[in-house]
Design a protein around this ligand. Structure first.
Ligand code: CA
Ligand code: CA
Ligand code: CA
Ligand code: CA
Length: 596
């Protein structure tokens, strides 16, 4: 059987598979995979022709080493396509079209974009099924010089247990790490100029969705072998320093870590020429030119991007301006400002049809879904200035909701006083708390006396019942109430020095808020109430910064932030390190808080 495909269905790796009769499993397969024996991945290079070949040329090849994936390359930066088919049990399977893609790859001024590798065009790799020894190749399009075939033997070593990720707010989805899918880390220094060191950008601003254009007829157990095959091809044939994509999602909803460097970091990939810096590239394993995207794939892509974009403070669906990097054959010359959505398909920035017409058509729904996913749960900045509150709808964008509550000199608080899931304002004024249960100007819904002049007020859900209540910090001791009413402290203990800044948060995500003190840029976190040492000490900010706590990425854990002269620096981990998100909002002298 010969199936012809419209040439529009190209993509990043230019593989056009034929069969896509996969059985889609809709139950949650997303999860983590236990470490397994090191899998086998081996490659062979076969010279098919030393001179120029064109349409009509074909050749059969017997490989001693079994092959599961096949890629090709030829001399020069030149478009072309090759059909490949495999013989199994004495019968030839259908032809698969494999297209060369000059649009995929690293920016040309990067280490992996320079040199000899740019002089050849690569195509693939495509999945041909397990244990193939006999292959046939024919040129479908183009005049191809010095055509070579790369066969990749990539086996699945053992069955692996898959556990389902726990649901919370915007939790990190189960991601199969490089160790779990069997990445051979030595390949990151295989190509000339590659020393295994990832390249980082100063943040992630948008996501680029791809499809691998490899076949759709693989089993869940074969996905890791496909990822290893793509990794092998990208490092050994394309001569990149790692797999091009930052993440890969299979037809069954399994998510794989792509390029090394840390899933929470802004790792620069090689997936969208000229647009690799400050983007994260996610490849759907399969061909979505005409085949539908399985629900499991969509759901995992949605969970992955909700988590990843929230981590970097990206507003889903917003339009931003990015600057095109250098890339040979680029759609936009280097330095061109390009307006892009924060969730785009590869075709939006490069000359490619990636991620396929069906994949591309899903992006509108994906943007809307992610917008509501993320807006609901992330911590957003607010500042209070002379009794006026300015609440921003996104971390780095949007007009503020503005209203007055309290007076100059009041200490602002932002907590969920009635347990309806929405934080609203409160102020502390000389031993009195004034709490409001809605956003907007108006009188206090609750007012009571608790504490004394000079105390520093705090709020939080100390007992995990969903309702936030007040407390005060006085001379190194904490006095916490479990009701929003006057009376004696329910919890009292010494913790910190009188000059420390008291803050509170759910540092461990267990649903209850606990204290911390900030002392000259050092955060001393406690996960329970009582005297004694901190559970965790981390460094974030300087002595003159103003601490502000929030669940900035909506994953259920509060983490540090600081403001410094109107600039916000947010961290999404309770560990020392640099800011994950930074943006300007407000002025020096404003009191910063988080809301959601
Ligand atoms: Ca509330
Ligand atoms: Ca409570
Ligand atoms: Ca907690
Ligand atoms: Ca968080």
């Amino acid at each position: 059987m010969t199936v012809r495909w419209p040439s529009l269905q190209r993509c990043a790796s230019r593989l056009l598979p034929v069969a896509f009769a996969a059985t889609v499993i809709s139950t949650g397969l997303t999860g983590t995979v236990a470490p397994a024996p090191r899998p086998v991945v081996e490659g062979q290079v076969h010279t098919l022709a030393v001179a120029r070949t064109g349409p009509g040329w074909s050749r059969e090849l017997h490989t001693g080493q079994p092959a599961e994936m096949v890629g090709l390359d030829w001399q020069g930066r030149r478009a072309g396509a090759v059909d490949v088919r495999a013989r199994r049990d004495g019968r030839w399977g259908p032809w698969q079209k494999v297209e060369g893609d000059p649009a995929e790859g690293p920016d040309s001024d990067s280490v992996e974009g320079r040199g000899q590798r740019a002089q050849r065009t690569t195509a693939g790799p495509v999945w041909v099924g397990p244990g193939v020894h006999d292959l046939q190749v024919r040129v479908a399009e183009g005049q191809l010089d010095a055509l070579r075939m790369h066969t990749i033997h990539t086996t699945e070593p053992a069955a692996r247990g898959i556990s389902t990720a726990a649901a919370a707010t915007l939790p990190q989805p189960g991601i199969i790490g490089r160790g779990a899918w069997g990445a051979d880390e030595s390949w990151r220094s295989f190509a000339p100029g590659c020393d295994g060191t990832p390249t980082y950008a100063d943040g992630v601003r948008y996501a680029v969705v791809h499809h691998t254009v490899s076949a759709n007829n693989y089993s869940p157990a074969e996905s890791a072998a496909i990822v290893r095959g793509i990794y092998f091809f990208h490092t050994h044939t394309n001569q990149w320093c790692d797999i091009g994509y930052n993440f890969l999602v299979d037809r069954y909803g399994q998510v794989f870590e792509g390029r090394a460097g840390g899933i929470t970091s802004a790792v620069v990939g090689a997936h969208a020429g000229g647009f690799n810096t400050r983007s994260t590239g996610v490849a759907l394993i399969g061909d979505y030119g005409s085949a539908g995207v399985p629900a499991a794939t969509y759901n995992s892509l949605r969970s992955l991007l909700a988590w990843k974009l929230a981590y970097h403070g990206v507003e889903p669906g917003a339009t931003i301006t990015v600057i095109a990097g250098s890339f040979d054959g680029a759609r936009y010359p280097p330095g061109t400002p390009v307006a892009v959505n924060t969730i785009i398909g590869h075709r939006d920035v490069d000359a490619t049809s990636c991620p396929g017409n069906v994949g591309y058509a899903l992006l509108g729904r994906l943007r809307a879904d992610l917008r509501s996913d993320v807006a609901r749960v992330i911590g957003k900045p607010l500042v209070v200035r002379n009794g006026t509150w300015y609440l921003r709808p996104w971390q780095n964008a949007g007009p503020a909701l503005t209203f007055g509550f309290g007076n100059v000199g009041d200490v602002p608080l932002m907590c969920d006083w009635n347990g309806d899931g929405i934080a609203t304002p409160g102020v502390y004024r000389r031993g009195w708390f004034y709490l409001r249960n809605s956003l907007g100007s108006g009188v206090a819904d609750v007012a009571f006396q608790y504490g004394d002049i000079g105390d520093r007020p705090v709020c939080g859900d100390w007992n995990g019942d969903g309702v936030a209540t007040v407390g005060v910090f006085r001379a190194g001791s904490w006095y916490l109430r479990n009701r929003n009413a006057g009376g004696r402290a329910d919890i009292a203990f010494p913790y910190g020095n009188p000059t420390d800044v008291p803050v509170t948060g759910d540092w461990d995500g267990d649903g209850s808020d606990t204290p911390a003190v900030v002392r000259r840029g050092m955060w001393h976190l406690k996960n329970h109430f009582g005297a004694g040492p901190a559970d965790l000490v981390l460094s974030f900010g300087d002595a003159s910064d103003v601490p502000v706590v929030g669940d900035w990425n909506g994953d259920g854990r509060d983490t540090p932030g600081i403001t410094r002269g109107g600039q916000w620096y947010l961290r999404n981990a309770n560990a020392s390190g640099v800011a994950d998100v930074t943006f300007p909002y407000g002025d020096a002298g404003d009191v910063p808080r988080a809301w959601r």
